[in-house]
Every structure is written in C-alpha cells, then in structure tokens.
Design a protein around this ligand. Structure first.
Ligand SMILES: Cc1cc2nc3c(=O)[nH]c(=O)nc-3n(C[C@H](O)[C@H](O)[C@H](O)COP(=O)(O)OP(=O)(O)OC[C@H]3O[C@@H](n4cnc5c(N)ncnc54)[C@H](O)[C@@H]3O)c2cc1C
Length: 381
C-alpha cells in the first residue's frame, strides 16, 4: 500500500483539513495521529462551558472511531510523535517508524507555564484542550473561589463564563489593562467594567509568586504583597506554538513553524497549519485563519497547488457582559480615534491617508462591525 498522507493533530486544524481533503480525494490513505483522546470538539466552546452547563462529554461532538469512519481514515489516539526524519519521509513514535507521502503538522500550541513556589501548584490548571477542561471541572466541583492568572482574551472569557457558572472570580495579571496586545485602552476599560459589574476583581500589575495550601483552600501570594484566598487556580497566561520537534528535524521555525502561502515548510512534503504555523509571517491563533488554510491545503494535497489568502479576520470575544469585536491593526502605525462612552466604545485605527487599519468595538458599537469589515485591508491579499 502507498504511504499515507499523515496529519499530526486532531484539533480543529487537523480534522478540518481531513474533512476538506476528503471532499476532493476519497481514496488516498489518510492517517491522523494525536497525543490526546482524539475526540472532535470545538475549542472555543471551552470558555463557554460553565455558562452553558456543559462538561467535557457534553462538548465532545464525536468519538475518534466515528471520525475515522466519517473521514475514511485511521485515527491513532494517545500517540505522541517523537521525531521527524524528513530525508526518509518518515516520523517516529518512539522506536516505531511511520512513512508518509505528505506530512502535515497540525499539532497546535502549548500553554505557557511559569514556576510557582508553594505546595499548591497542583491546583493550577491550564485549559487548552478537552482533557484539561475535564480535569479543571473535576477540581472545581463543589468549590467557589477561582483565581485566574492572565487577563488576555482567554482569561477574560473564562472570567465571564465562570461567573455565569456561579464562581467568584479574581484575576491577576502583570499588565495595565485587560487584553493589552489586542485592545485599545478605552475598549479594555469597557470590558473590565463589564466583568467588574458581575463581581470579578482585578489585580493588574502583580504576578502570583507562591501558592500555599491552607485549611480552607489556597492562599495566593502576589508579588505586591497581597494575599488572596481561593480554592482553585486557572492559568491563562498565554500560548506558545509547538516548534521543538520541527526545529529538531531542521525545519525552519520562528515564532511558529514557518510556511509559505501554500503552507509548505522549508522541507519537501511537509506542511503546517493551525496554531503551530506561521503563515507568511503571521501566527494567528484563531479559527478563521485555520479554516482558510485547511481549504487551501486540501487543494494542494489533492494535486491542485493553492495559495491561502486571508481577508480581514475580526475576533469576536466571548464576554457576553460586554460584547466585543476586535480587529487589531497589523503593525504599530496608525492613529486611533475613540467615540462613545461607558460600555459602548468605537475605537478606530486609521492610517494618515484615512485607510481603516483596525478597530475595537464594545457594547452597542459591535453592530457596526459588518460595515467596518468591508473597509479593512486583507491580512494576506
Ligand atoms: C479557551 C479558548 C477559547 C478560544 N476561543 C476562540 C474563539 O472564540 N474564536 C477563535 O477564532 N479562536 C478561539 N480560540 C483559539 C482556537 O480555538 C485555536 O486557534 C484552534 O482551536 C487551534 O486548533 P489547532 O488544531 O491548531 O490546535 P489544537 O486544537 O491545540 O490541536 C493540536 C493537536 O495536536 C496534538 N499534538 C500535539 N503535539 C503532538 C505530538 N507530539 N504528537 C501527536 N499529537 C500531538 C494534540 O493532541 C491535538 O490533537 C480559543 C482557544 C481557547 C484555548
């Protein structure tokens, strides 16, 4: 039998690529390999699960066996790739060699972890996949007070969701505003005020240095001397694209695995998409870009070389207490103007010749997103 197309990863990137490929080619052997349990789920739902009262099983959309059947593919679960030998078109799972026709890296990004002193470190939970989510739900059952590390997009979404789920939430982050890399300060203030109106408490500036178990839960010691009582900690301090195995195989990496517009890495027959990929200089950790990549790469794998293009890619942030849509400008040039007040902010970034480069809309202003999207430049034309 000829060597299969091998996809590493069964997240949204891996499974969507397989789906798109099968629309064009129903015969070529297809193998998906994943370190996790291979269940199909939509990762964005992880930060709305408490509000919707859905546990990990409730968020799972299909078992790996059903996916294998649907995709006419083999799905190997709980199987971790340990190396790539591009010269011989094979990869390693420990001692086992698997040969490929084409290899696609869709192995995502991992959560950034920082060392924390104290005996409470086992009660710090990153949530970046369904299994993390299941672990956190088990740990949080019957508890009341959650400390969130990080006030980025994911930290704010979890804050809103956990409050909807009945938890008391405090956030700690070493920044001056929420979502500092994404949001104009006026929009950030609106989101923070919205979350505060639900009862969230923000500690912006310090970091967690020590987590100590005490009789009735945990004591979180912050770098500014504050001590916060909590029961469980969620870490949402960032994601780092997985690049180590690619770098070890000699594949060019930067922030992510570097690929061109056809999603090709520096090595023949090896491609990348999703959170691990840096496409023509852009590492976007969102669903819309990976869907565009999956469609383009499926064409290429089916024999019709296709370059991906990205239109504007606005991000809808799931903080229902303060609706938010943001399209951060690429680069630092541009002049911001802010209209509105309170919860309803329209912050626009324009070039000196008036071209809209990006925006942040909160509250009632999100209604304007469709009209504004038409004025935004494409991210990869
Ligand atoms: C809480 C949360 C909410 C989000 N909300 C939104 C949103 O509202 N909108 C939006 O656009 N984006 C959102 N995102 C981002 C979006 O979900 C991700 O960009 C997307 O799911 C990434 O998919 P992926 O397939 O690239 O990676 P992943 O889903 O991380 O999949 C990686 C796969 O690779 C496997 N793997 C890793 N290493 C190995 C190895 N060595 N061997 C074998 N397998 C391996 C893993 O087991 C997994 O199957 C959110 C992210 C989070 C965490």
């Amino acid at each position: 039998m000829s060597a299969p197309v091998v996809i590493i990863g069964t997240g949204l990137a891996g499974y969507n690529l397989a789906r798109e490929f099968r629309k064009l080619d129903s015969e070529t052997p297809l193998l998906l390999i994943t370190a996790d349990d291979g269940r199909s789920y939509s990762k964005p739902m992880l930060s709305t699960g408490f509000g919707k009262n859905k546990d990990a099983d409730g968020l799972s959309m299909a078992e790996p066996g059903a996916m294998a059947e649907q995709l006419k593919a083999e799905v190997r679960t709980h199987t971790r790739i340990s190396g790539i030998d591009a010269g011989h078109k094979r990869l390693w799972i420990g001692e086992e060699a698997v040969y490929y026709r084409d290899l696609i890296l869709a192995w995502g990004a991992e959560t950034v972890r920082v060392p924390i002193d104290g005996d409470g470190a086992d009660l710090v939970f990153p949530i970046n996949d369904l299994e993390d989510y299941a672990r956190f739900r088990a740990a949080a059952a019957g508890k009341r007070r959650v400390l969130l590390l990080g006030a980025g997009l994911i930290g704010c979404e979890f804050a809103n969701d956990l409050i909807l789920g009945g938890y008391e939430v405090q956030l700690v982050a070493p920044c001056e505003q929420v979502m500092p890399t994404l949001l104009h300060p006026a929009a950030a203030a609106a989101v923070q005020a919205g979350l505060e109106s639900l009862g969230a408490k923000f500690h912006l500036g310090p970091v967690l240095t020590r987590l100590q178990k005490v009789a009735d839960g945990l004591e979180a010691h912050l770098s500014d001397g504050q001590v916060i009582a909590c029961d469980v900690v969620v870490s949402a301090i960032g994601l780092r694209p997985r690049i180590d195995l690619a770098a070890a195989a000699g594949i060019q990496v930067n922030r992510g695995v570097m690929v061109d517009r056809q999603l090709k890495t520096s090595h023949a027959n090896i491609y990348a998409l999703g959170d691990c990929a840096e496409v023509d200089g852009l590492n976007l950790l969102y669903v819309m870009p990976l869907m565009s990549c999956a469609r383009a790469l499926a064409q290429t794998l089916a024999g019709n070389p296709t370059a991906v293009s990205y239109g504007p890619m606005p991000i809808t942030v799931k903080t229902p207490v303060c609706p938010l849509v943001v399209s951060p400008p690429r680069g630092s040039e541009g002049v911001w103007t802010v209209e509105g007040q309170g919860a309803d902010i329209k912050a626009l970034c324009r070039s000196t010749d008036g071209q809209l480069l990006g925006y942040a809309l909160t509250g009632a202003a999100v209604m304007e997103k469709l009209a504004l999207n038409k004025q935004l430049p494409a991210l990869l034309a």
